[in-house]
Design a protein around this ligand. Sequence first.
Ligand code: BV8
Length: 248
Amino acid sequence: MREPTHVDLADIAPRGRFHNVVALTGAGISAAAGLGTFRGAGGLWTAQPDVEAAMHAHELPGNVPALWDVWGGIRRRALMAGPSAAHQVLAELGVRVITQNIDGLHQDAGSTDVLELHGSAGRAACLNPACGYRGRSDLAGPPPPPGHVPPCPACGGQLRPDVVLFGETLDPHTWQAAQEAVEHADLMLAIGTSAFVTPAIWLVPMARDHGALCVNLNVDDSLPRLDPFHAHVIGDCQETLPRWLEQR
Ligand code: BV8
């Protein structure tokens, strides 16, 4: 295994040199907003593997209350905390964002070009395929009691959060748009992701194959299982990204 490279983002990727920057973000960019991560020490799946087991498509519809508890809870906390400094840097620089997060914080920071690979807890979808209702989740008020499942306003059935579960396919238009984005990127920044979940992480070697410089920004210096990166910037992205913004 290679040694991780510890570099400053401004040294490896001077901002002025790149005109088509794409960021692939994960839970680590929202950790500062108190949302927590999934894997590794302190991660939700690490602490509660039974909760991860409930996040699979084959557990539907019995897992819908757990889906609202987990994903609805994350969006509620995001609404209260607001975006982090790192979200704001990406918005300020107009970086194209492809996110695995379902928390809506990139849009809350002002990013307008955001592809949500795993959907959004800010939206709800009816479980009944014959109904097909999709709309905004009503998460702004006080939290409902645990186990509450909101009713579909169209058919009275059960609503689920509009997130992509393990074993479900990603929205094909979003996935296509993400592939096109990375094919045109000259710099690809993976920020706060364990680079564990497919197909999201395939975007990095795709970007690399099309000529982008691929840089991993992570607080953890252990290398991801797949390491398609040219360089690793080890540190809190709440510090490494604002430093990059300050670079003239
Ligand atoms: C698919 C939302 C085709 C919704 C999530 C066996 C059975 C079934 C499927 C599979 C299988 N084996 C492999 C698969 C494919 C599977 C997969 O990859 N599984 C993994 C676990 C092996 N993928 C899928 O199922 C995808 N669909 O492949 O379709 C198909 C069809 C039918 C059958 C099979 C395949 C769909 C994946 C959707 C996953 N959605 N959540 C829900 O689950 O209810 S997953 C979850 O992981 C998160 O939500 C997130 O979106 C995603 C990625 O996680 P990260 O964001 O990277 O977070 P993580 O905690 O891991 O890492 C955080 C990082 O931040 C850490 O490295 C940490 O060090 C760092 N960090 C922390 N703080 C900071 C920081 N870095 C910098 N600064 C800081 N301050």
